[in-house]
Design a protein around this ligand. Structure first.
Ligand code: GLY
Length: 331
């Protein structure tokens, strides 16, 4: 008898061949025209419900400072500081040792980028990532080195006390101490934000406390330039959410941007990247969520996920709204 798992696998594998985002061979991609009349400049798009509030802040900062980089940094700081967020910032779920470790990255459309990973006690890892970009000759600092850099830069270190809700869940988890990824944890995960200003400058940011109850030292896609985030003024910007390991394996955000460079719309690029992700993660894909959002230099946007349940917030002059992403698996 066909098991549910086998059925899901075979249906997803055959459907991945038919995904609408997979552009047919031979299409003249480089001469692609804009596919949508709906283009927006400026435009801010970010992952999940928490993106709505973050977008509002980013929009305000963009109009105050004129800097799309300031906008994407300040936007995600709202989520990093939100005690209600269990998946971003120091109030997030701890790892299996009971320690919260954070990952973040930031990137400009000219290729400048910075990131921090496996860092403790820093309330705003996104600002630390920007500091790595602007004040060091490096792209990425990890763990204790990142923390020492934070101290040297005058960042206050927070006490390592778990948020009461995170502590409660951690104690519950310890009873069995079995790691099972949860699809769409309470409708949020990483916050990734991509933004375009009125002059065609792009920037992006991405920040997370990573998987709940992960192995100590585990680093996900979010701080890895090209996996969790990629930005190029010549093409577009993309960011990722969900099971980091699946995203790292396909250099997901870089892939989305390269697909846009080669003529795909942001929506097509996200769909094709998810098809690739499914193809390279067949073993357990029915239990793994991952999603991408993208914008291109013309001001089009798109988003797509492996499973239903992923949503993203889109902010432009006309409003700030959540959109449900389409997905390869259906309800
Ligand atoms: N996407 C976040 C993580 O896997 O850590």
């Amino acid at each position: 008898m066909t098991s549910r798992r086998t059925f899901l696998k075979s249906s997803i594998l055959s459907s991945s061949l038919l995904l609408p985002g997979v552009v047919k061979k031979g299409a003249n991609l480089l001469s692609r025209q804009k596919q949508s009349e709906k283009t927006y400049k400026p435009l801010i798009v970010s992952t999940w419900n928490h993106g709505l509030e973050a977008n509002e802040k980013a929009w305000e900062v963009l109009h105050q400072t004129g800097s799309i980089l300031d906008a994407v940094e300040e936007g995600v700081k709202v989520t990093e500081a939100d005690p209600a967020s269990r998946t971003v910032g120091l109030y997030g779920f701890p790892d299996r040792e009971g320690i919260v470790t954070l990952d973040a990255s930031i990137m400009k459309g000219n290729g400048d980028c910075g990131s921090v990973c496996f860092v403790r006690q820093v309330k705003h890892p996104i600002t630390l990532a920007r500091r790595v970009m602007e004040k060091t000759p490096h792209v990425m600092l990890a763990g204790e080195g990142a923390r020492q850099f934070a101290i040297a830069e005058g960042f206050p270190l927070e006490e390592e006390v778990l948020h009461p809700e995170s502590e409660k869940d951690y104690k519950e988890w310890l009873k069995e101490a079995e790691y099972r990824p949860v699809i769409n944890i309470e409708n949020h995960d990483t916050i990734g934000m991509v933004g375009l200003d009125a002059y065609g400058n792009l920037a992006g940011s991405c920040t997370t406390s990573g998987l709940a109850f992960k192995m100590h030292g585990r680093v996900g896609d979010s701080p890895i330039i090209g996996a969790g985030l990629y930005v190029d003024n010549e093409a577009g910007a993309a960011t990722a959410t969900g099971m980091g390991e699946t995203i790292i394996k396909i250099c997901g955000s870089f892939l989305v941007v390269e697909l846009m460079r080669n003529g795909r719309s942001p929506q097509e690029a996200c769909e094709e990247a998810i098809a690739r992700l499914i193809d390279k993660n067949r073993d357990n894909i029915e239990n793994m969520q991952a999603g991408f959002i993208a914008i291109n230099k013309d001001g089009e946007y798109g988003g797509y996920a492996v499973h239903p349940g992923f949503n993203y917030a889109v902010k432009h002059e006309g409003g700030n709204e959540l959109e449900d992403a389409k997905s390869s698996f259906k309800e």
